[in-house]
Design a protein around this ligand. Structure first.
Ligand code: OSB
Ligand code: MG
Length: 370
């Protein structure tokens, strides 16, 4: 298979509810969509970067530049036997994992369609539905947060994750625990603390949390190991794990007991599966993280989350948790048992509604051979 042409688009999708984390507030989801053509087929991928480099160093603009000027030209016209070869082909570009992941995803979708198979089958997924939860941002008041949690529990979500930051942490989580004694609950600090704040996490240690996600610096496996040694609650790393070998090192050092897997952060589905395997071999459970993806990225996440070592509910919610109208049809929906079905159709599954993509596109360009 040879990719003949790629259309890049920057899209801006208004969020139904603003999403605030320790690094900032988002009112819209920005993404780069990658639409790749080969043999009369079209494959889609998503770069779920943000408008600003707050989660990691990438933005939709850096992804646009790196895709347009380096990654896409390196892939066009190249004979590919399997999408796993994309990673090697793009290795000459340092980092820019989200940009790489979006392009690789489009090739996975193309290849799966060409083979007449679902992405889930190709990746080695074994579950036909995955357990999911909801990730809640920082709200104006604890009462507002409690009301939002009530709403999502009523919709059928079975696991709740809340964002924390200094000043919005122990008291908030304690109150949630008091109001929802039995709900599987976890927190995500997005790197907002240092080891000097260890007492914050010690104070959360009796609240029966499933895990504490990325409390410390993204480049700091050592202090995470020191913190983990002081806690019974598992630490889960997100930002720190950008390569499968980071997972191995974090596990060997004792920096975490759970790993969050995002194909975007790791540079693609190939690296995500490899990270899954590294963790599985060491008996460390993983779960699928999210970046408020549009339906396009969400479908790939669902396929990934069906692999066997995804043993905790993912940050994968239904389309209507994020958007008035998703880019795919049918949208992603929550089943009454708190799971989401993994699509069985070829490729990523549901079709992409180009008319809706057009309406949210703010920039577009074709990149072709020559
Ligand atoms: O840290 O997991 C994170 C969203 C944007 C950037 C970082 C994160 C998140 C989420 C959202 O928590 C999860 C979702 O997609 O529902
Ligand atoms: Mg996180």
């Amino acid at each position: 298979m040879k990719v003949e042409a790629v259309e890049l688009r920057i899209v801006r999708m208004p969020l139904r509810f603003p999403f605030e984390t320790s690094f900032g507030r988002e009112d819209a989801k920005h993404a780069v969509l990658v639409r790749a053509q080969a043999d009369g087929l079209v494959g889609w991928g998503e770069v779920p970067a943000m408008a600003a480099p707050l989660y990691n160093e990438e933005t939709v603009q850096t992804a646009w530049h790196v895709l347009r000027d380096f990654l896409v030209p390196a892939l066009l016209g190249v004979e590919l036997q399997h999408p796993r070869q994309v990673r090697e082909r793009l290795r000459f570009v340092r980092r820019h994992h989200m940009a790489k992941a979006g392009l690789e995803a489009a090739v996975w979708d193309l290849y799966a369609q060409q083979q007449g198979r679902s992405l889930r089958e190709l990746l080695g997924g074994v579950q036909d539905r995955v357990e999911v939860g909801v990730s809640l941002g920082i709200e104006a008041t604890v009462d507002d947060l409690v009301r939002r949690v009530e709403g999502f529990l009523a919709e059928g979500y079975r696991r709740v994750k809340v964002k924390i930051r200094p000043g919005w942490d122990v008291e908030v989580v304690r109150e949630l625990r008091r109001r929802f004694p039995d709900v599987p609950l976890q927190v995500d600090a997005n790197s907002a603390y240092t080891l000097e704040d260890a007492r914050v996490f010690e104070a959360m240690d009796d609240l029966g949390l499933l895990l504490i996600e990325q409390p410390l610096g993204e480049d700091d496996l050592v202090d995470h190991a020191k913190l983990q040694a002081r806690l019974r609650t598992p630490i889960c790393l997100d930002e720190s794990i950008v390569h499968p070998h980071d997972a191995r090192k974090a596990i060997e050092l004792g920096s975490c007991r759970v790993v969050n897997i995002k194909a975007a952060r790791l540079g693609g589905l190939t690296a995500a599966v490899e990270t899954h395997d590294v963790c599985a071999e060491r008996g460390v459970p993983v779960w699928c993280g999210g970046m408020l993806e549009t339906g396009i990225g969400r479908l790939a996440n669902l396929a990934l989350a069906s692999l066997p070592n995804f043993r905790l509910p993912g940050d994968l919610s239904a389309s209507d948790r994020y958007f008035e109208e998703d880019l795919i049809e049918p949208p992603v929906v929550l089943e009454p048992d708190g799971t989401i079905r993994v699509p069985e159709q070829v490729g990523i599954g549901p079709r992409v509604r180009l008319d809706r993509v057009d309406r949210v596109t703010v920039r577009r360009e074709w990149v072709r051979v020559g």
